[in-house]
Ligand binder design. Sequence first.
Ligand code: J2J
Length: 541
Amino acid sequence: ALTPGTDAPTWPPEFATRYRAAGHWRGETFGGMLRERAAAHPDRIALVDPAPRRRTWTYRELDEAADRLAAGFAARGIGRGDRVVVQLPNVGEFAEVVFALFRLGALPVYALPAHRETEITHFCSFAEAVAYVVPDVHEGFDHRELAARVQQRTPCLKHVFVAGEPGGHTALSEVPCEPSGPREGPRPHELAFLQLSGGTTGVPKLIPRTHDDYLYSLRGSNEICGVDAGTRFLVVLPAAHNFPMSSPGWLGVLYAGGTAVLCPRPDPATAFPLIERERITMTGLVPPLALVWTDSAAGSAYDLSSLELVLVGGAKYSEQAARRLEPALGCRLMQVFGMAEGLVNYTRLDDDTETVVTTQGLPISPDDEIRVVDDADRDVPDGAFGHLLTRGPYTIRGYWRAPEHNRTAFTEDGFYRTGDIVRRLPSGHLVVEGRAKDQINRGGEKIAAEEIENIILAHPSVHDACLVAVPDDYLGERTLAYVILRPGAGPLRPVDVKRFVRERGVAAYKIPDLVAFVDSFPQTGIGKVSRKQLRSTAEQR
Ligand code: J2J
């Protein structure tokens, strides 16, 4: 069994007591939540998976599917505290699997569909996962082959479950069986799952979220966004990502008794007909998608009039683009600035247009503590640029099994160092102005510079590598890898570096967009590589 606090720092008792007393932590669990909703409104539609043929789940059906799948997982030895890497695209099985695991107290580890052998092997071995759940073929890529390779490299991995044709593995559809009676589920203060961090270091960190804290963030998000039983939410971004899962996301919508519709692909050609057919009222997009949707809406033959609210976040949304969204899509815009580690900010439904298009909103909770500080951790006045630090009822106090990293990623008194540079307005609204962390935000997809540099460094002809962001009209940022070759190394082309990274097996969005060969890197005063100077060189290119 997983003892809270041993694998990750948790909230000090006085904070936990306060968050409970304030009614933030209500002692609910995900398993219990679904059970209650199924009892209250069994025949309402919880979930729609429109492709390739439309499937629906009522609340009762989802509840029963989770029970039967939980029983099947348990029969295969999966139980409380066990980790299970879940890499599923936007399909109904995603919800069945994670609710089954929630019921058991087993912890889903959310991988993205784009992740490949390097990332998945790391998640499986670091988390000591006992099982890995994959689709058969997704976007032309065979995840069963990936799973076979990962299994070879990861002895702890006992099971591979496939949603679809199983190949040599176990079909997910064969797993469910009759539950043998009520089982003792996890406690509300225990971990519910491990979410992925965008990462700033060589390997992605795992984010431990509890039932209590995450359910509070859902409840708060629902209130701010006006999510209720009538909400029909389109899950456009990958369902495993924190934004479409919880801000307010498909879990928020299930909490409120609404309907989540899973969009298989994010392009307007896929999404717009679904909006019309399913009478979608709400969705969440990253800025590049919001741009494409805005541009496509004008000439679109589809009826988008059911849309009431579009949330945009994950990366900086330009003011000009933000101004165009409401008129183009005929709905309200809400900016959201969140992070899988916790803190989520939203502009509010009653904010004026200026505020909505120029700020990234206010925290969910009155108990979200916000500090904006200088390099020496001294608070700066409102309006001044500074590092954003935060602590609160749904922000983690440490990454999972990462005591060393936690010492620098958190302050002594438990504030998370977000790595974001912000300004706080007198109204409390935050404006994201930049980033101090070594992370590149490629249209909402996060890339840890060091992770890719380490891969490039493994190339025998490479002496040193540095990955920086270059501005991009569409994505906001793209990646540029500066590479120093070893003396006497044979000639290398940009395409060779890209291929090398791809062949190592990483998500396609992490493959450098551009590669430039240089003789040396600019140094800072203390002899470190100056990323700042490299970035400005890159901008001039
Ligand atoms: C600028 N940067 C932003 C924004 C996130 C809701 C929404 C987004 C995420 C998310 C999330 C930004 N403007 N509007 O989990 O629940 C950058 C910041 C932040 C990092 C977190 C949610 N919204 N960012 O994007 O864990 O740098 O979560 O620290 O993927 O994205 O990334 P991630």
